[in-house]
Design a protein around this ligand. Structure first.
Ligand SMILES: [Zn+2]
Length: 183
């Protein structure tokens, strides 16, 4: 049976309709910077035949609570949301996980994102306190792409590569051949 991946862009419109930009730096917002990365990841996953549910093509219009509830209702096997860290954070990816399976998947995503973007890595972090990790029924990871200050240029220039790495890592975790095609 084919697997369903819920892949969402962090922040965006909250339940009461207010825009949540996430962290910001020099007029740039986390929500806006992570959107092209999320879109690329979704396209690469679909290009490898993976079924994806996302808020990336509807204006990032679901907040994390609705994202998690939808993923659980539809029985998504995997839940990933794409974020970046605030400006004092050092450069480098830092995938967050809670479960053992989440850690396994996070490692694979980190490996491919590093390979495609040449970014730095801050390792992985286990976080028992985060809603998206605690409440998702599927294997979950919050993929922190790096620092909104230190990695800003990479986010802008290499959105496709970040997305490609995230998708390749998820495919590898699922045992699906990554085609490198976008759909
Ligand atoms: Zn965030």
């Amino acid at each position: 049976m084919s697997k369903l991946v819920a892949l969402n862009c962090g922040h965006g419109t909250t339940t009461n309709g207010v825009w949540d930009p996430g962290c910001t730096y020099k007029g740039k917002s986390e929500a806006a910077l992570m959107l092209p990365i999320t879109k690329a990841a979704v396209k690469y996953l679909r290009g490898s035949g993976v079924q994806v549910q996302t808020d990336a093509f509807s204006g990032n219009n679901r907040n994390m609570v609705s994202d998690v509830l939808l993923a659980n209702r539809t029985g998504a096997d995997i839940y990933v949301s794409v974020h970046c860290d605030y400006y004092p954070a050092p450069a480098g990816i830092l995938p967050l996980y809670l479960s053992g399976s989440g850690k396994k998947m996070a490692k694979k995503m980190a490996k491919w994102v590093k390979k495609y973007t040449g970014c730095k890595s801050r390792g992985l972090a286990k976080r028992p306190d985060l809603y998206e990790l605690k409440d998702s029924d599927g294997v979950a990871c919050i993929f922190e792409c790096g620092s909104i200050r230190a990695d800003l240029k990479s986010f802008e220039k290499k959105a496709d590569e970040y997305g490609r790495g995230i998708a390749h890592g998820i495919c590898s975790y699922l045992g699906v051949k990554f085609t490198g095609k976008k759909k």
